[in-house]
Design a protein around this ligand. Structure first.
Ligand SMILES: [Fe+2]
Ligand SMILES: [Fe+2]
Length: 136
């Protein structure tokens, strides 16, 4: 459960999107510190809610951006977003309904790995289109 750090190689060249990604990293790190502090259930629940809400907000922004530059792989990318949204919802449901089965460390590792790989490998692919370096 290593702390996630924002690095410049994660930049997709659009400030609003970079800020979204930074905010998601911040939320994950908040979870990390809550765990270290032996956080109460309510605080963890609040961060989970915010992660759920903010990813949805971010995905919408990103998909609109990809649409606006006619990014050719939008459909596949959207599916990846939907898949993550489903998983996040499942984790949240487990947290609420079967708290003993929810492991904060497993959740943190899952989401931080997903975010890092998704930004570096998937979001990065639309960068040249958004920046107008490639014509769709
Ligand atoms: Fe994405
Ligand atoms: Fe993204």
């Amino acid at each position: 459960m290593a702390l996630l750090h924002w690095r410049d190689n994660m930049s997709v060249g659009v400030e609003a999107v970079d800020n979204d990604h930074k905010h998601l990293v911040d939320l994950l790190n908040k979870l990390h510190f809550l765990r270290l502090a032996g956080a109460d259930r309510a605080s963890v629940g609040e961060v989970l809610e915010e992660l759920l809400r903010y990813t949805e907000y971010h995905f919408e922004r990103e998909e609109k951006l990809m649409e606006s530059c006619s990014y050719p792989d939008l459909a596949d990318h959207r599916e990846l977003h939907q898949d993550l949204a489903r998983k996040l919802w499942e984790y949240t449901k487990t947290f609420e309904d079967r708290p003993d089965s929810f492991d904060i460390e497993t959740f943190y590792d899952f989401l931080s790995d997903w975010l890092l790989v998704h930004v570096l490998e998937k979001d990065m692919k639309y960068k040249p289109y958004v920046l107008g370096e490639v014509d769709a």
